[in-house]
Design a protein around this ligand. Structure first.
Ligand SMILES: NC(=O)c1ccc[n+]([C@@H]2O[C@H](COP(=O)([O-])OP(=O)(O)OC[C@H]3O[C@@H](n4cnc5c(N)ncnc54)[C@H](OP(=O)(O)O)[C@@H]3O)[C@@H](O)[C@H]2O)c1
Length: 304
Protein backbone atom coordinates (compact mmCIF):
# COMPACT_ATOMS: atom_id res chain seq x y z
CA UNK A 1 0.00 0.00 0.00
CA UNK A 2 1.52 3.34 -1.06
CA UNK A 3 1.93 6.15 1.46
CA UNK A 4 -0.27 9.07 0.43
CA UNK A 5 2.39 11.75 -0.15
CA UNK A 6 5.03 9.69 -1.94
CA UNK A 7 6.21 10.40 -5.47
CA UNK A 8 8.34 8.31 -7.82
CA UNK A 9 10.13 10.73 -10.13
CA UNK A 10 11.93 9.64 -13.28
CA UNK A 11 14.40 12.13 -14.74
CA UNK A 12 15.00 13.86 -11.40
CA UNK A 13 18.46 15.01 -12.57
CA UNK A 14 17.15 16.86 -15.65
CA UNK A 15 16.24 20.50 -16.30
CA UNK A 16 12.60 20.04 -15.35
CA UNK A 17 13.09 17.09 -13.02
CA UNK A 18 15.46 18.87 -10.62
CA UNK A 19 12.91 21.63 -10.10
CA UNK A 20 9.96 19.22 -9.83
CA UNK A 21 11.91 17.40 -7.14
CA UNK A 22 12.70 20.63 -5.28
CA UNK A 23 9.13 21.95 -5.43
CA UNK A 24 7.50 18.63 -4.55
CA UNK A 25 9.81 18.17 -1.57
CA UNK A 26 9.06 21.76 -0.45
CA UNK A 27 5.34 20.90 -0.64
CA UNK A 28 5.78 17.96 1.70
CA UNK A 29 6.13 15.12 -0.79
CA UNK A 30 8.55 12.32 -0.14
CA UNK A 31 10.28 12.01 -3.53
CA UNK A 32 12.08 8.89 -4.72
CA UNK A 33 14.09 9.71 -7.85
CA UNK A 34 15.95 6.74 -9.34
CA UNK A 35 19.11 7.43 -11.31
CA UNK A 36 19.58 5.79 -14.68
CA UNK A 37 21.85 3.26 -12.92
CA UNK A 38 18.92 2.28 -10.70
CA UNK A 39 16.35 2.17 -13.52
CA UNK A 40 17.60 2.55 -17.06
CA UNK A 41 14.82 3.46 -19.49
CA UNK A 42 16.81 1.88 -22.30
CA UNK A 43 15.62 -1.38 -20.72
CA UNK A 44 11.82 -0.99 -20.75
CA UNK A 45 11.36 -4.65 -19.81
CA UNK A 46 12.58 -3.71 -16.29
CA UNK A 47 10.58 -0.49 -15.90
CA UNK A 48 7.13 -1.94 -15.12
CA UNK A 49 8.54 -4.15 -12.35
CA UNK A 50 10.55 -1.24 -10.96
CA UNK A 51 7.38 0.84 -10.58
CA UNK A 52 5.36 -2.09 -9.21
CA UNK A 53 8.04 -2.72 -6.56
CA UNK A 54 8.16 0.95 -5.53
CA UNK A 55 4.55 1.71 -4.61
CA UNK A 56 3.98 5.46 -4.46
CA UNK A 57 0.82 7.54 -4.74
CA UNK A 58 2.16 9.46 -7.73
CA UNK A 59 4.56 8.64 -10.56
CA UNK A 60 6.01 11.52 -12.59
CA UNK A 61 8.07 11.07 -15.73
CA UNK A 62 10.43 13.95 -16.53
CA UNK A 63 12.96 11.60 -18.15
CA UNK A 64 13.58 11.70 -21.88
CA UNK A 65 16.20 11.85 -24.53
CA UNK A 66 15.42 15.51 -25.12
CA UNK A 67 18.11 16.48 -27.62
CA UNK A 68 16.86 16.42 -31.21
CA UNK A 69 20.23 15.46 -32.64
CA UNK A 70 20.72 12.74 -29.97
CA UNK A 71 17.38 11.23 -31.00
CA UNK A 72 18.32 11.35 -34.69
CA UNK A 73 21.67 9.69 -33.92
CA UNK A 74 19.99 6.84 -32.04
CA UNK A 75 16.35 6.48 -33.04
CA UNK A 76 16.04 3.16 -31.21
CA UNK A 77 17.16 4.70 -27.93
CA UNK A 78 14.70 7.58 -28.47
CA UNK A 79 11.92 5.06 -29.11
CA UNK A 80 12.75 3.08 -25.95
CA UNK A 81 13.26 6.02 -23.58
CA UNK A 82 10.63 8.42 -24.94
CA UNK A 83 7.87 5.97 -25.82
CA UNK A 84 8.20 2.34 -24.68
CA UNK A 85 9.42 2.94 -21.12
CA UNK A 86 6.82 5.66 -20.34
CA UNK A 87 4.15 3.21 -21.51
CA UNK A 88 5.54 0.63 -19.07
CA UNK A 89 5.31 3.20 -16.26
CA UNK A 90 1.70 3.89 -17.29
CA UNK A 91 0.87 0.19 -17.32
CA UNK A 92 2.29 -0.25 -13.83
CA UNK A 93 0.28 2.75 -12.58
CA UNK A 94 -2.88 1.25 -14.00
CA UNK A 95 -2.19 -1.79 -11.82
CA UNK A 96 -1.27 0.10 -8.66
CA UNK A 97 -3.78 2.95 -9.06
CA UNK A 98 -1.01 5.55 -8.80
CA UNK A 99 -1.53 8.95 -10.45
CA UNK A 100 0.69 9.09 -13.57
CA UNK A 101 1.97 12.31 -15.12
CA UNK A 102 4.23 12.35 -18.16
CA UNK A 103 5.96 15.31 -19.83
CA UNK A 104 5.69 15.76 -23.58
CA UNK A 105 6.49 18.54 -26.00
CA UNK A 106 5.12 21.10 -28.46
CA UNK A 107 7.44 19.44 -31.02
CA UNK A 108 4.75 16.79 -31.61
CA UNK A 109 3.11 19.51 -33.75
CA UNK A 110 4.25 20.09 -37.32
CA UNK A 111 4.31 23.85 -36.77
CA UNK A 112 3.29 24.82 -40.30
CA UNK A 113 0.41 27.10 -39.37
CA UNK A 114 0.88 30.30 -37.39
CA UNK A 115 -1.17 30.81 -34.22
CA UNK A 116 -1.56 29.02 -30.92
CA UNK A 117 -2.63 25.39 -30.86
CA UNK A 118 -5.05 23.66 -28.51
CA UNK A 119 -4.69 20.05 -27.35
CA UNK A 120 -6.86 18.63 -30.14
CA UNK A 121 -4.68 20.13 -32.90
CA UNK A 122 -3.40 17.66 -35.46
CA UNK A 123 0.01 16.18 -34.57
CA UNK A 124 2.59 15.54 -37.25
CA UNK A 125 6.11 15.72 -35.86
CA UNK A 126 8.93 16.74 -38.18
CA UNK A 127 11.83 15.18 -36.22
CA UNK A 128 12.81 11.81 -34.76
CA UNK A 129 12.53 13.40 -31.29
CA UNK A 130 9.00 14.66 -32.01
CA UNK A 131 7.99 11.29 -33.44
CA UNK A 132 9.26 9.42 -30.39
CA UNK A 133 7.49 11.85 -28.05
CA UNK A 134 4.21 11.58 -29.96
CA UNK A 135 4.50 7.82 -29.90
CA UNK A 136 5.06 8.13 -26.13
CA UNK A 137 1.86 10.15 -25.73
CA UNK A 138 -0.18 7.58 -27.65
CA UNK A 139 1.34 4.56 -25.93
CA UNK A 140 0.94 6.07 -22.45
CA UNK A 141 -2.73 6.85 -23.02
CA UNK A 142 -3.36 3.43 -24.52
CA UNK A 143 -1.76 1.75 -21.51
CA UNK A 144 -3.53 3.98 -18.98
CA UNK A 145 -6.27 6.36 -20.21
CA UNK A 146 -6.37 8.11 -16.81
CA UNK A 147 -2.76 9.31 -17.28
CA UNK A 148 -2.11 13.04 -17.63
CA UNK A 149 0.29 14.18 -20.34
CA UNK A 150 1.69 17.66 -19.82
CA UNK A 151 2.98 19.12 -23.08
CA UNK A 152 5.55 21.77 -22.24
CA UNK A 153 7.78 24.04 -24.33
CA UNK A 154 11.09 25.91 -24.03
CA UNK A 155 11.79 25.08 -20.39
CA UNK A 156 13.82 27.72 -18.56
CA UNK A 157 14.45 28.68 -14.95
CA UNK A 158 16.98 26.06 -13.86
CA UNK A 159 20.42 27.73 -13.79
CA UNK A 160 22.05 24.35 -13.07
CA UNK A 161 20.74 23.10 -16.42
CA UNK A 162 21.00 26.21 -18.62
CA UNK A 163 18.49 26.71 -21.40
CA UNK A 164 18.67 29.27 -24.17
CA UNK A 165 17.71 32.01 -21.69
CA UNK A 166 20.51 31.32 -19.21
CA UNK A 167 23.05 30.84 -22.03
CA UNK A 168 22.13 34.27 -23.44
CA UNK A 169 22.67 35.87 -20.03
CA UNK A 170 26.03 34.12 -19.60
CA UNK A 171 27.17 35.39 -22.98
CA UNK A 172 26.08 38.91 -22.09
CA UNK A 173 28.03 38.76 -18.83
CA UNK A 174 31.14 37.63 -20.69
CA UNK A 175 30.68 40.39 -23.25
CA UNK A 176 30.30 37.89 -26.10
CA UNK A 177 28.23 38.46 -29.22
CA UNK A 178 24.63 37.23 -29.06
CA UNK A 179 22.57 35.88 -31.93
CA UNK A 180 19.15 34.25 -31.87
CA UNK A 181 16.73 32.73 -34.33
CA UNK A 182 13.92 35.15 -35.07
CA UNK A 183 11.65 33.07 -37.33
CA UNK A 184 10.52 30.28 -35.02
CA UNK A 185 7.91 30.76 -32.31
CA UNK A 186 6.79 29.01 -29.13
CA UNK A 187 6.00 29.76 -25.47
CA UNK A 188 8.72 29.79 -22.78
CA UNK A 189 7.82 27.81 -19.66
CA UNK A 190 9.44 28.16 -16.25
CA UNK A 191 10.31 24.77 -14.72
CA UNK A 192 8.81 25.87 -11.41
CA UNK A 193 5.48 26.57 -13.15
CA UNK A 194 5.54 23.06 -14.60
CA UNK A 195 6.15 21.70 -11.10
CA UNK A 196 3.35 23.84 -9.67
CA UNK A 197 0.90 22.71 -12.36
CA UNK A 198 1.82 19.08 -11.72
CA UNK A 199 1.33 19.40 -7.98
CA UNK A 200 -2.03 21.12 -8.43
CA UNK A 201 -3.19 18.39 -10.82
CA UNK A 202 -2.33 15.45 -8.60
CA UNK A 203 -5.92 14.98 -7.37
CA UNK A 204 -7.52 12.59 -9.87
CA UNK A 205 -10.05 13.84 -12.40
CA UNK A 206 -8.07 15.26 -15.28
CA UNK A 207 -6.54 13.03 -17.93
CA UNK A 208 -5.31 13.11 -21.52
CA UNK A 209 -3.15 15.77 -23.12
CA UNK A 210 -2.78 19.16 -21.47
CA UNK A 211 -0.84 22.20 -22.70
CA UNK A 212 1.31 23.67 -19.92
CA UNK A 213 3.11 26.85 -20.97
CA UNK A 214 3.12 30.62 -20.51
CA UNK A 215 0.29 32.80 -21.77
CA UNK A 216 0.23 35.71 -24.22
CA UNK A 217 1.62 36.03 -27.72
CA UNK A 218 4.04 33.48 -29.22
CA UNK A 219 7.68 34.53 -28.87
CA UNK A 220 10.73 33.80 -30.99
CA UNK A 221 14.10 32.93 -29.47
CA UNK A 222 15.14 36.43 -30.55
CA UNK A 223 12.19 37.94 -28.63
CA UNK A 224 13.09 35.84 -25.57
CA UNK A 225 16.74 36.94 -25.69
CA UNK A 226 15.82 40.61 -25.91
CA UNK A 227 13.26 40.37 -23.09
CA UNK A 228 15.70 38.46 -20.86
CA UNK A 229 18.47 41.00 -21.47
CA UNK A 230 16.10 43.90 -20.78
CA UNK A 231 15.10 42.25 -17.48
CA UNK A 232 18.79 41.82 -16.59
CA UNK A 233 19.38 45.49 -17.28
CA UNK A 234 16.35 46.50 -15.19
CA UNK A 235 17.73 44.36 -12.35
CA UNK A 236 21.00 46.27 -12.61
CA UNK A 237 22.97 43.24 -13.75
CA UNK A 238 24.12 44.64 -17.09
CA UNK A 239 24.63 48.31 -17.85
CA UNK A 240 24.05 48.34 -21.58
CA UNK A 241 21.63 46.29 -23.68
CA UNK A 242 23.73 44.20 -26.07
CA UNK A 243 22.64 43.84 -29.69
CA UNK A 244 21.00 40.53 -30.52
CA UNK A 245 21.71 39.52 -34.10
CA UNK A 246 18.68 38.06 -35.88
CA UNK A 247 19.30 34.63 -37.36
CA UNK A 248 17.06 32.55 -39.59
CA UNK A 249 16.13 28.95 -38.90
CA UNK A 250 17.13 27.96 -42.42
CA UNK A 251 20.68 29.19 -41.87
CA UNK A 252 21.15 27.35 -38.55
CA UNK A 253 23.57 24.73 -39.87
CA UNK A 254 24.32 23.46 -36.34
CA UNK A 255 20.79 21.98 -36.27
CA UNK A 256 20.97 18.69 -38.10
CA UNK A 257 17.32 17.88 -37.41
CA UNK A 258 14.42 20.03 -38.62
CA UNK A 259 12.67 22.23 -36.06
CA UNK A 260 8.94 23.01 -36.33
CA UNK A 261 8.26 26.73 -36.82
CA UNK A 262 4.92 27.61 -35.18
CA UNK A 263 4.41 25.44 -32.09
CA UNK A 264 3.10 27.96 -29.56
CA UNK A 265 0.50 26.20 -27.44
CA UNK A 266 -2.77 27.54 -26.07
CA UNK A 267 -3.02 26.72 -22.36
CA UNK A 268 -6.74 27.60 -21.96
CA UNK A 269 -7.61 24.06 -20.83
CA UNK A 270 -5.14 24.40 -17.97
CA UNK A 271 -6.68 27.74 -17.00
CA UNK A 272 -10.16 26.17 -17.06
CA UNK A 273 -8.80 23.70 -14.49
CA UNK A 274 -7.89 26.62 -12.25
CA UNK A 275 -4.13 26.62 -12.89
CA UNK A 276 -3.02 30.13 -13.88
CA UNK A 277 0.21 30.44 -15.84
CA UNK A 278 2.23 33.66 -16.11
CA UNK A 279 2.82 35.53 -19.36
CA UNK A 280 5.93 34.83 -21.45
CA UNK A 281 7.48 38.07 -20.22
CA UNK A 282 6.79 37.23 -16.54
CA UNK A 283 8.19 33.74 -17.15
CA UNK A 284 11.42 35.13 -18.57
CA UNK A 285 11.71 37.75 -15.81
CA UNK A 286 11.50 35.02 -13.20
CA UNK A 287 14.09 32.91 -15.03
CA UNK A 288 16.45 35.92 -15.15
CA UNK A 289 15.92 36.52 -11.44
CA UNK A 290 16.64 32.86 -10.70
CA UNK A 291 19.77 33.02 -12.85
CA UNK A 292 21.22 35.97 -10.95
CA UNK A 293 19.95 35.31 -7.46
CA UNK A 294 19.80 31.49 -7.22
CA UNK A 295 22.71 30.48 -9.46
CA UNK A 296 26.44 30.96 -9.57
CA UNK A 297 26.13 34.55 -10.69
CA UNK A 298 24.93 36.00 -7.43
CA UNK A 299 26.33 39.50 -7.00
CA UNK A 300 27.87 39.40 -10.49
CA UNK A 301 27.75 42.62 -12.43
CA UNK A 302 29.91 43.18 -15.45
CA UNK A 303 30.01 46.49 -17.29
CA UNK A 304 30.31 46.11 -21.02
N1 LIG B 1 13.99 21.29 -22.41
C1 LIG B 1 12.96 21.80 -23.07
O1 LIG B 1 12.96 22.99 -23.42
C2 LIG B 1 11.75 20.96 -23.36
C3 LIG B 1 10.78 21.48 -24.22
C4 LIG B 1 9.62 20.74 -24.47
C5 LIG B 1 9.45 19.52 -23.86
N2 LIG B 1 10.42 19.01 -23.03
C6 LIG B 1 10.17 17.72 -22.39
O2 LIG B 1 10.23 17.92 -20.99
C7 LIG B 1 10.78 16.77 -20.36
C8 LIG B 1 11.96 17.18 -19.52
O3 LIG B 1 12.95 17.76 -20.36
P1 LIG B 1 14.34 18.25 -19.75
O4 LIG B 1 14.82 19.37 -20.62
O5 LIG B 1 14.22 18.44 -18.30
O6 LIG B 1 15.26 17.00 -20.06
P2 LIG B 1 16.79 16.78 -19.70
O7 LIG B 1 17.33 17.96 -18.96
O8 LIG B 1 17.48 16.34 -20.95
O9 LIG B 1 16.74 15.58 -18.65
C9 LIG B 1 16.46 14.30 -19.09
C10 LIG B 1 16.38 13.39 -17.89
O10 LIG B 1 16.11 12.07 -18.40
C11 LIG B 1 17.04 11.18 -17.83
N3 LIG B 1 17.33 10.08 -18.76
C12 LIG B 1 17.71 10.16 -20.05
N4 LIG B 1 17.93 8.92 -20.54
C13 LIG B 1 17.67 8.05 -19.53
C14 LIG B 1 17.73 6.64 -19.40
N5 LIG B 1 18.14 5.85 -20.39
N6 LIG B 1 17.37 6.09 -18.23
C15 LIG B 1 16.99 6.86 -17.17
N7 LIG B 1 16.94 8.20 -17.22
C16 LIG B 1 17.28 8.79 -18.39
C17 LIG B 1 18.29 12.03 -17.60
O11 LIG B 1 19.13 11.38 -16.68
P3 LIG B 1 20.73 11.62 -16.66
O12 LIG B 1 20.95 12.80 -15.74
O13 LIG B 1 21.29 10.35 -16.15
O14 LIG B 1 21.16 11.93 -18.07
C18 LIG B 1 17.66 13.31 -17.06
O15 LIG B 1 17.33 13.17 -15.71
C19 LIG B 1 11.07 15.78 -21.48
O16 LIG B 1 9.96 14.93 -21.63
C20 LIG B 1 11.20 16.65 -22.71
O17 LIG B 1 10.87 15.93 -23.88
C21 LIG B 1 11.58 19.70 -22.78
Amino acid sequence: MAESRTMLLFGGTGRAGQIVRREATASGWKVVAPTREECNLLRPEEVCDYVLNMPTAVVVNCAAISGLESCADDALAAHLVNAVSPAQMALACRHTGARFMHLSTDYVLDGRRAGKKREQAHCKPVSTYGESKREGELQVLEAFPEALILRVSWICGNPARPSFVETTLSRALRGESIAAIADKWSMPTHAADIARAMLELIPPGQSGVLHVCSTGEPLSWHDCARIALRCAQQMGKIDRLPDVEQKRLRGASFFREPRPVHTAMDSSRLREMGVIMPSGEETLRRAVKDFFFCGDHECVKINQ
